[in-house]
Design a protein around this ligand. Structure first.
Ligand code: AMP
Ligand code: ZN
Length: 120
């Protein structure tokens, strides 16, 4: 179901432009507007789920399609040889800002350690 005031639902609906790199009947992949690496693509299910936990619980098959789409984009972008990072920011502590589940596909340069350990 589409959620009208959700930014990524609006991208799926074509109401907001995006640089789409891959589309399947159930998923969409488009370039992040503020790239954090030479390749930074967001991969989403077209259907609205708030986060990866909800998606995995309610439709694990679709979660798999999102992963398969991300792997296909990684191949298209030439990332399979040197590697890449795939991550789902989730909730407040995870730093999630857009509450339509999205995988960040990052690559094209060494990405450094996964996290800077800087906990209070
Ligand atoms: P997150 O913090 O995991 O929710 O990530 C949200 C991501 O969406 C950020 O990396 C933003 O740069 C990206 N973003 C926000 N608006 C757009 C947009 N209109 N098109 C593409 N990416 C966007
Ligand atoms: Zn949405």
């Amino acid at each position: 179901m589409s959620t009208p005031d959700c930014l990524f639902c609006r991208i799926v609906a074509g109401e907001i432009p995006a640089t789409v790199v891959r589309e399947t009947p159930t998923t969409l992949a488009f370039r992040d507007i503020g790239p954090k690496a030479p390749v930074h693509v967001l991969v989403i299910p077209k259907e609205h789920y708030a986060d990866v936990a909800t998606l995995a619980q309610d439709d694990p098959g679709l979660a798999g399609e999102v992963l398969a789409a991300a792997a296909a984009v990684a191949e298209d972008e030439g990332l399979l040889g040197d590697g890449f990072r795939l991550m789902f920011n989730t909730g407040a502590y995870g730093g999630q800002e857009v509450f339509h589940v999205h995988a960040h596909l990052l690559g094209g340069a060494p990405l450094g350690p996964m996290l800077a350990r800087n906990l209070a």
